[in-house]
Design a protein around this ligand. Structure first.
Ligand code: KG4
Ligand code: ZN
Length: 358
């Protein structure tokens, strides 16, 4: 039996010495890790020239969650047009690009493959570096993209449908994980509770909208781990409490206010997450906090974090909604920082659904 031999093509890539990438550096970013197809052009790591986002939300809505095979096929259809549009909006051509960055992981492997294969192909043809970006690290860069004052060291809360992570970002490429969820990610808990309440997918924005109409103190849901040492959280018990509460009320024939349940659930998440995050900031002895990821769009969390940071004299950066959810501008920005420190990826690097941050 012969060995299967496969070698990546040797491409003559222009690798400038570290430090020579400057404010004019133009990077194409590609994001296909989950259910958003996105392409963006970012200049100098900070200036977004374009950020095209094609959401698959409606495709998965009828299933109540993301179907990996459906997602991958939709990325195949949407990616090339998204790249074309991103270049057009940025008033750039392929030949203006200095590098191509794509999400390498974590994410759905079929979806990651689509973006990584396309990014490598473009980089190989243009003979520019390819950068395989960690999706979680990229979320941190969404803060750097919008706030000229934002800088490391900082604590970053990465809170999305797939992850809930508290990170001490010492500097570019240097991360220490302080805590995370022991079970469901915060966004996952939002989506599961919303589904149980019969709301549309994704449920986070729906719960957020309803909670504005409800009483956050109507139901006293548990705040798991809030008094435990450390920075970990757990949301699966909270989700079960919501389900049990609604079933109990229905069994007794008592009316259930969906608005009150939504508001009370959201308040429980916010209370726990704000407490753990501020404890992490104190522990890390930093004066900057970034709140990033899809759930950072949550109005209660934004408000709770802003209040706590003001009290603690901590500078808070929360990106605007379109940069909180998955987007390629953050991938390009993170890729530019990798260029600057010479962290190029080979064309033989494979997507990793479980790519760790640290
Ligand atoms: O970062 P993201 O776009 O994708 C992942 O990497 O997971 O985050 C999507 C998650 C979903 O769970 C969605 O329900 C949640 O973010 N989300 C929200 C809000 N907007 C999006 N959760 C709570 N409140 C919101 N306003
Ligand atoms: Zn994400």
């Amino acid at each position: 039996m012969g060995e299967t031999m496969w070698a990546s093509p040797e491409v003559a890539v222009e690798k400038k010495p570290v430090g020579e990438w400057d404010e004019e550096t133009l990077v194409l970013g590609i994001e296909t890790s989950c259910d958003e197809t996105s392409a963006a052009v970012v200049k100098g790591g900070r200036q977004i020239l374009s950020n095209v986002i094609v959401s698959q939300g409606e495709l998965h809505g009828e299933y109540g969650g993301i179907v990996p095979e459906v997602a991958a096929r939709a990325h195949v259809e949407a990616l090339s047009p998204a790249i074309g549009e991103a270049l057009l909006i940025a008033d750039a051509t392929f030949w203006d690009l200095d590098a191509v960055a794509a999400t390498l992981g974590p994410g759905l492997v079929g979806s990651l493959l689509v973006g990584v294969a396309e990014a490598k192909s473009i980089a190989a043809v243009l003979e520019v570096p390819f950068l395989g970006v960690n999706h979680l690290e990229a979320h941190v860069y969404s803060a750097l993209l919008v706030d000229p004052e934002a800088a490391f060291p900082a604590v970053a809360l990465i809170i999305s449908g797939g992850h809930t992570l508290l990170v001490h970002a010492h500097g570019h490429g240097s991360y220490e994980i302080l805590g995370g969820t022991l079970d469901d990610a915060a966004g996952e808990a939002f989506d599961k509770v919303a589904r149980f309440l019969g709301l549309d997918y994704p449920g986070g924005p729906e719960i957020d909208r309803l909670s504005l109409l409800g009483d956050p103190d109507a139901v006293s849901f548990p705040r798991a781990m809030i008094n435990e040492p450390g920075f970990d959280v757990s949301y699966s018990g909270l989700k079960t409490s919501v389900i049990n509460y609604v079933r109990r009320m229905e069994a007794t024939g008592a009316p259930v206010s969906v608005e009150d349940v939504a508001a009370s659930f959201q308040k429980a998440v916010v209370d726990v997450q704000v407490a753990k995050t501020m404890a992490a900031v104190e522990h890390a002895e930093v004066d900057r906090l970034f709140v990033c990821g899809g759930v950072a769009a949550n109005s209660g969390l934004r408000h709770g974090m802003a209040e706590a940071c003001e009290q603690a004299n901590v500078k808070l950066t929360v990106p605007p909604l379109e940069l909180c959810t998955d987007n390629a501008a953050m991938i390009a920005a993170c890729g530019t920082a990798m260029l600057r420190r010479g962290a190029y990826s080979g064309l033989d690097v494979a997507p990793d659904p479980n790519l760790p941050l640290a």
